[in-house]
Design a protein around this ligand. Structure first.
Ligand SMILES: Cc1cc2nc3c(=O)[nH]c(=O)nc-3n(C[C@H](O)[C@H](O)[C@H](O)COP(=O)(O)O)c2cc1C
Length: 185
């Protein structure tokens, strides 16, 4: 099926956003997609902040975007927007680095006051980069994501249902795109 790059933009070592994405990755994998996880925090900081696109790890990350059919972009809400860490990587992509790609924007945050951060902050950035189709995203409250001592993730039922729905819509959009490309030869 499709190749999906699943990008977490949290700088936290115990990130709920990253754990949530890895949980959703499994749903996409079960639907037949090849899912490649990318935690921006694992990239070399000096190369990332110094915009060293020739650094092998940065070049490899940029190539992953290039080869992906679909991209899941997950970020914690920081100061009512996406994280600076996520933006530092997006800034290294070509201006139209998301052309032709299907994108699922996801955010986690501490307050519903910032539930629109995806639509007001993240979506315009993704759109400016030429994303072919940005499907409906979802904002999950941090308190709806529980992590047990053994690392097991539990998502509150209503949030889990909403997330499953947006992931399935993303998956269906990817399926339509790959079928279209196959028909176009
Ligand atoms: C520096 C910082 C700024 C934050 N700013 C906001 C904010 O403006 N709005 C909000 O809803 N949550 C805010 N939060 C809460 C985080 O978005 C929330 O806890 C998120 O789930 C953390 O995700 P993570 O565990 O993946 O890093 C902030 C947290 C931090 C550490």
């Amino acid at each position: 099926m499709a190749t999906v790059l699943s990008v977490s933009g949290s700088p936290s070592a115990t990130s709920r956003t990253a754990r949530l994405l890895r949980h959703l990755d499994r749903r996409l994998t079960a639907q037949g997609h090849e899912v490649i996880p990318l935690d921006v925090r694992t990239l070399p900081a000096e190369a990332l902040l110094g915009a060293d696109v020739r650094h092998p790890a940065i070049a490899e990350a940029l190539a992953l975007f290039d080869h992906a059919d679909g991209v899941v972009i997950g970020t914690p809400v920081y100061k009512a927007a996406y994280s600076g860490l996520l933006k530092s990587l997006l800034d290294l992509l070509p201006q139209y680095g998301l052309v032709g790609k299907t994108v699922l924007p996801l955010a986690t945050g501490g307050t519903t006051a910032h539930v629109l951060a995806i639509d007001y902050a993240l979506r315009p950035v993704l759109s400016s980069m030429g994303a072919g189709h940005i499907v409906q995203g979802w904002f999950t409250l941090d308190k709806e994501i529980a992590v047990a001592d053994d690392g097991t993730l539990t998502v509150a039922p209503a949030a889990a249902e909403a997330l499953a729905q947006v992931v399935d819509q993303f998956s269906a959009a990817l399926g339509s795109r790959t079928a279209f490309l196959a028909a176009a030869g």
